[in-house]
Design a protein around this ligand. Sequence first.
Ligand code: ZN
Length: 163
Amino acid sequence: MGMTPQQARRYAFDYAATTERISQAVQRDRARATAAPRLDIWTARISYGGEGRLDVTRKGNSPFAPSWTLLNETKARVKREGVTEAGWTWYRKRYVVEMRRSWRHHRAAWDELLSRLGPEGAPGRVVLCCYCTDYLRCHRSVLAELLVAAGGDGVLYHGEIEA
Ligand SMILES: [Zn+2]
């Protein structure tokens, strides 16, 4: 293969950079695959009564609940505009901002939740419960994602437990 010295240097450089990038990605995925599950997160309606139940509602005074202010503003917005995608996006953003604040002010509660373990070293199990019918339009599924992001490897969200 005829390459000028300049092409050869460039080729070698690209090759090294690509190899490095791929090997880093492989190592990352391998670490992820072998990391023991630490915490299994589910969501469910408030009526769920099984193991790991955690009421994350404002009524239940949870540090993981949206504020009364946000809930009342949302109620007013729904009354005005009905249930819309834009409304959900707005609510979701506001809730995430509130949870960032909660992370700072109620850090012990976050740490306690993220470090729950099951019996005999089995992974912990937590089921985030709220009143809303649709978990995909409820803060409980957003909270599950936030917990996975905060907890890192071994913290997994498995979806909704249908009653
Ligand atoms: Zn809800």
